[in-house]
Design a protein around this ligand. Structure first.
Ligand code: FES
Length: 129
């Protein structure tokens, strides 16, 4: 017995708002470029109007926003084939960017350094008065 269900399904919203934002060409690009075993379907509104064209990849529920036809080949090669989401196109409402602790440490260090410099300058001025 073989399982004929696709490994992944790409839903491209073709409702009113996403259509006005160009989802027909996005859908056509996915239909032309989807690898074997990936189903591409047009969908009705998926509830995120205004951020489209919206694309939802299932079963992992990866949301892409403002997808343009030129983005499709990257989503196909990186995500549908390589199983790595295309970070720059992820829908930020459902996939917020992770803040790195390293970044926070660098910013905190710079702010602390500036604060110490200011105190040093103030202290230095008061010594000479
Ligand atoms: S019209 Fe596309 S998400 Fe609503």
């Amino acid at each position: 017995m073989t399982d004929s269900s696709p490994a992944k399904t790409v839903l491209v919203c073709r409702n009113k708002t996403c259509s006005a934002q160009g989802s027909a060409k996005v859908l056509a690009a996915f239909e032309a470029g989807a690898p074997e075993g990936v189903a591409v379907k047009r969908s009705g509104c998926i509830g995120q109007c205004g951020s489209g064209p919206m694309v939802l990849v299932e079963p992992e529920k990866t949301w892409y926003s403002q997808v343009q036809p030129g983005d499709v080949s990257e989503i196909v090669s990186r995500h549908l084939v390589g199983d790595r989401p295309v970070m720059r196109k992820l829908y930020p409402l459902f996939h917020p960017k992770e803040t790195s602790i390293k970044g926070w440490l660098i910013v905190s260090g710079i702010l602390l350094g500036l604060l110490l410099l200011m105190f040093g300058m103030l202290f230095g001025q008061t010594v000479y008065f």
